[in-house]
Design a protein around this ligand. Structure first.
Ligand SMILES: Nc1ncnc2c1ncn2[C@@H]1O[C@H](COP(=O)(O)OP(=O)(O)O)[C@@H](O)[C@H]1O
Ligand SMILES: [Mg+2]
Ligand SMILES: [Zn+2]
Length: 458
């Protein structure tokens, strides 16, 4: 028998070395290496039996069989998936512990069973009675939902073959192991091997599989990036654990549009869809105006969302001022500050600056720039911004306001929520007519400031 050797594997990206390293040369994580037993690779086992049956084909001889999708009956979830679960696909749902992954999949199982689908729910973390308890609370009842508390992949495989379910759920991939290799459950090698195996089952038996993956505190899918590359679809489950809403975001999809989001509210009987998300995010928005607060229209996927941005600026007690950004990229905020200093002469060199997106949502698009800038300016000058005016616009380095995408959808959303005015980039061409909202086009930051600030507090 070959001598077993060990190797060190980065638990974040899967990089392997013979000796321990403090920092991963591949992904830059610190202290991410763990010793694992080296099992000789079983060459080319992956996908065999699937790909081998397909000879090379000429493009124009390939028949289009549009993929068959299974609706989950939860329209927000379907949208994120690109229109339902594709037959024979492997989907990863990743998120923090406690965010609601098991909840949404148990609810989905219940819905699918209503449509006479057979669902095989492998619970590698919780006992059957724990699942039962949750099912009772969520009101999930079904006689075609099979719960299987098991961590051994070989046994799971056997039951998939016997049961022939329409959907398999693995809760979670970090807790299952294959006896083919000797590393412990949750290690990169185990996760890679188990995922490969599941992919093979999905493709060869044409069964859809959803795996749950936990996210580490750095926000990576715990062991690891390799998982993301292997599956067909990656859906991130986000949200503030202390708030009730949750966001499902597609970050990779071989069968649909990425950047789609689905929004849910978590309560004691489970997750319910949020039909009008902007209302949720503006629930606490204070119509009595305060300095440093603005409303922007961000676009999550193809869907517009109104969110409040708050800024706080104050003289710093430290030698170097602090810049803290929550929900927006710090680099982006630094750039906006630089533009404000240079182009409108705002002196921020001795000021701490805090920027926060209310509601715990992340806004990762440049179209939020102008709203952030105006929040900062109103706070510095202690004036308020008209609370009935929404703001859209990217800021260029010379202080110009640049065009953004989906402009009409954004304007429409602001109008729907009762905003009276909206500041948009001059460069955007608006084709549609809007009756109930006044569109203000601006070319420079300074124009936006002049048009939106309505009163001085002092
Ligand atoms: N009895 C309950 N009443 C209300 N909400 C609950 C209850 N039990 C759990 N929850 C909610 O469900 C969440 C856990 O969901 P779960 O699906 O188990 O998360 P995950 O599988 O992502 O770890 C908790 O954070 C809490 O918000
Ligand atoms: Mg869980
Ligand atoms: Zn690494």
């Amino acid at each position: 028998m070959a001598k077993l050797k060990s190797k060190y594997v980065c638990q974040n990206c899967g990089y392997e070395t013979a000796g321990y390293l403090g920092k991963c040369p591949e992904c830059g994580s610190w202290a991410s290496f763990v010793e694992e037993i080296n099992t000789p690779a079983k060459k080319d086992e992956v996908f065999s039996g699937v790909l081998e049956t397909l000879p090379p084909m000429k493009l124009n001889e390939i028949e289009m069989n549009s993929e068959i999708r299974m609706s989950t009956n939860i329209s927000e979830f379907d949208r994120v998936l690109g229109g339902g679960i594709v037959l024979g696909s492997l989907v990863l749902i990743a998120g923090d512990p406690g965010i609601g992954k098991s909840t949404i999949l148990l609810q989905t199982s219940g819905e699918l069973c209503k449509n006479n689908k057979k669902v095989f729910y492998v619970s590698a973390e919780e006992s059957a009675s724990q699942i039962k308890l949750r099912a009772e609370r969520l009101g999930v009842k079904s006689d075609s939902l099979y719960i299987y508390p098991q961590t051994n992949l070989e046994l799971i495989k056997k039951h998939i073959e016997d049961l022939k379910p329409d959907l398999v759920i693995i809760d979670s991939i970090q807790a299952v192991y294959t006896s083919q290799i000797q590393s412990s459950a949750g290690s990169v090698s185990q996760i890679r091997e188990c995922t490969n195996s599941l992919m093979q089952i999905a493709k060869s038996q044409n069964v859809s599989i959803i795996v749950i993956g936990h996210v580490t505190k750095e926000g990576n899918i715990a062991g690891p990036k390799v998982l993301e590359h292997m599956v067909d679809t990656v859906i991130q489950f986000e949200g503030d654990k202390y708030k009730t809403y949750r966001i499902l975001r597609s970050i990779k999809n071989r069968f649909g549009n990425t950047s789609e989001v689905g929004i849910f509210e978590m309560n004691s009987n489970g997750l319910s869809e949020v039909i009008n998300p902007s209302e949720l995010f503006l629930k606490e928005y204070n119509q009595t105006q305060t300095p440093g607060s603005t409303i922007i229209v961000t676009s999550e996927g193809t869907r517009p969302l109104l969110v409040e941005i708050q800024a706080l600026v104050g003289t710093t007690p430290y030698p170097a001022p602090r810049r803290v950004a929550n929900g927006v990229d710090t680099g982006r905020v630094l750039q906006i500050l630089a533009v404000l200093e240079k182009r409108i002469g705002l002196n921020l060199s001795k000021q701490d600056v805090y920027v926060n997106v209310i509601g715990g949502i992340d806004v990762n698009e440049p179209a939020a720039d102008l709203g952030i800038a105006l929040a900062i300016v109103t706070c510095v000058r202690d004036v308020v911004f008209d609370s009935h005016t929404a703001i859209i616009g990217e800021i260029g380095l010379s202080g110009e306001i640049r065009a953004v995408n989906h402009i009409e959808k954004r304007i429409n959303e602001a109008q729907k929520l009762g905003f009276k005015k909206i500041i948009i980039p001059e460069a955007n061409d608006v084709q549609e007519e809007f009756k109930d909202i006044k569109i203000i086009k601006v070319k420079k930051i300074i124009e936006a400031i002049n048009r939106g600030i309505i009163k001085c507090n002092n």
